[in-house]
Design a binder for this molecule. Structure first.
Ligand code: ATP
Length: 237
């Protein structure tokens, strides 16, 4: 049984087609890594899953068809998208940003309890509640963006390049927290990452994208272990 089921997904911008019929599934509670070079279409894939880019084909979450629905409706169905560049509101405080994350929720009860739950994952945010998001470090801003997404109580968390611009130590800590969230909340995660090594370290499954097509799929363990794959597709070792 899969939680996310993507079938023959085609998407792009105007006449420019970027995704040429992607198909893959993600099992409930699994972490799926999407890897590949710049311009392969990874960001476009996440945008198509969250409805920010119109797609054709089928995207199903827990059996419910999402294709053609608005980003708002898709968010209400439990898809939280943390975009590249994070998308936090810089002039607002940490707490205001987090509370905004609960905005599209149907039921508003439990917001304070959810805030407390998020502080257990990100204690650094708790000590900075009244500070503006703009005053936070890059790593804290990424934590805030993920925290805000969690306020949606998502069934599916989409993360676009969470490591971008962060120091290696901070990135490792962030990935450790993503893994903890996935384990404790049973949230299904799709993570797009340039740092293949880190993403494969927390994922169960991975897909490598090239020019809008999946050129390789497998367990994270297998992809990580295969030297040739690592060299030809992921550019390391
Ligand atoms: P990166 O790691 O550089 O973000 P990516 O794999 O996420 O790469 P996308 O950002 O999805 O790739 O881009 C795929 C293609 O779509 C690229 O050719 C890009 O120029 C194009 N593209 C991306 N965003 C837009 C847009 N808003 N309008 C038109 N074309 C776009």
């Amino acid at each position: 049984m899969s939680d996310l089921s993507v079938t023959e997904l085609v998407a792009g911008y105007g006449d420019a087609r970027v995704l040429h019929g992607l198909s893959f599934t993600v099992a409930p509670g699994e972490i799926c890594a999407i890897l590949g070079p710049n311009g392969a279409g990874k960001t476009t894939l996440l945008r198509a899953l969250s409805g920010m880019v119109r797609g054709r084909g089928s995207v199903r979450l827990g059996g419910t068809e999402l294709t053609g629905r608005s980003p708002d409706t898709i968010a209400r169905r439990g898809v939280a998208h943390v975009p590249e560049g994070r998308g936090t509101f810089m002039p607002l405080t940490v707490e205001e940003n987090l509370r905004l994350g609960a905005y599209v929720r149907r039921r508003r009860t439990g917001v304070d309890a959810d805030l407390d739950r998020i502080y257990t994952y990100f204690p650094a945010l708790k000590s900075r509640l009244r500070q503006t998001a703009g005053s936070l470090s890059g790593g804290e801003q990424q934590m805030l963006a993920i925290g805000r997404a969690l306020m949606l109580r998502p069934r599916l968390l989409l993360l676009d390049e969470p490591s971008l611009g962060l120091a290696p130590l901070i990135t490792r800590e962030l990935f450790r927290i993503v893994r903890a969230i996935n384990e404790q909340e049973r949230t299904t995660v799709v993570v797009v990452e340039q740092n293949a090594h880190l993403a494969l370290g927390i994922a169960q499954q991975a897909h490598v994208l090239e020019t809008g097509r999946i050129v390789l799929s497998g367990t994270a363990e297998r992809i990580r272990a295969d030297e040739q794959v690592a060299q030809s597709y992921l550019g390391y070792r």
